[in-house]
Design a protein around this ligand. Sequence first.
Ligand code: ACO
Length: 434
Amino acid sequence: MTNSETKATLSFSDGSPALEMPIYKGSIGPDVIDIRKLYGSTGMFTYDPGFMSTAACNSSITYIDGDKGELLYRGYPIEQLAVNGGDFLETCYLLLNGELPNADQKKEFVATVTNHTMVHEQMQFFFRGFRRDAHPMSVLVGTVGALASFYHDSLDINDPHHREVSAIRLIAKMPTLVAMAYKYSIGQPFVYPRNDLSYSANFMHMMFSTPCEPYKTNEVLVRALDRILILHADHEQNASTSTVRLAGSSGANPFACIAAGIACLWGPAHGGANEAALSMLEEIGSVDNIPEFIAQVKDKNSGVKLMGFGHRVYKNYDPRAKLMRETCYEVLQELGLQDDPLFKLAMALEKIALEDEYFVSRKLYPNVDFYSGIVQRALGIPTALFTGIFALARTVGWIAQWKEMISDPEQKIGRPRQLFVGSAKRDVPAIDKR
Ligand code: ACO
């Protein structure tokens, strides 16, 4: 972050003194105006619901240019990482450490992560406390938060070694917990991790093996899952990441912070969109019903949205959607599902929406979750678990951002203010006057 020669001056029409504020430049992207002295100098706050114009921190992890449709992890374009960047654990290493690993670093990182894949045996009793039909996201909020009660030896957030161990534990144990949530929901025994498999292949093993029959991994499907994880690994200061940072700003432990991020991700406007997109397709049912559905979407009073379309930041296209679309075709081809009615319906909806004036004029393009739901369904992952897979992928982004925040000397507890519009001070009336 460097100081710009340019300064911003805020002037007032009532003649109050103007305020000069510094402007900072990042390495790329919009400059920021430093408003930290605004309240002290003027007694006013800024008003920015939804943080449309607010940079809450400085970060060197992920950069998005929404107009260009560009996503960079530590400077590397997502298209290159997804195709030539190695597997998901290499992306994890990159997000955590700032550089891609060399062969030795990769070997050591993989060994460290795989050493932490099991969860404490007692964790299974937490699972047994949930109803079998509990939503996996509620199970994950609970069980990830509960990790803090097992791993006391990595809870000192002021100790860099503790922070590192917590990060590794979270990345390593999330697949185990997500698979346990699935197994519990279908009444099958929990399957222990296998450290001879890759991160994604091991996850599929824990999901789909049973004590009677091992799961035979298919390279195309493992690669598809790996790509889902890479594409969802981090996304700048999105709602769940900001939630993790805000929770962490009070000094809360990393397991509690990640549980908070999972809670935020659950919402249908965020990570819940992949599940909502697939439910929407199932509800539409057939290509013939698309026009009626689109009419409902355009009717503001209906409250119906085209799930899997639109993005707060990407206003031309979502670069992850393009990669996920490719994977979608590859997986359906591999499984011989090209004629799957739901896939055909999705493609028909995509075509209509991309040509319809309503969506074109509002720059509403398919986002990554429109396609990731279809891919996950083809992999055999149940709809209710889609957001859990997103949480599994995003854990590395959350923990990398949390670590960055903790070591930032400018870090303060996050405490927004408000524009108060309620009643001014008044006296409580006597009981007989109410
Ligand atoms: N379907 C129909 N209309 C939409 C949609 C949609 N999916 N998204 C936005 N619009 C409309 C809005 O009604 C608004 O119309 P108006 O200008 O006539 O009032 C206009 O497009 C602008 O939309 P905003 O709500 O201002 O856009 P915002 O940036 O606040 O919202 C969001 C972005 C939340 C992602 C929204 O597009 C949405 O709800 N999409 C569906 C859910 C979804 O797919 N979320 C996944 C996001 S990606 C991710 O988390 C990985």
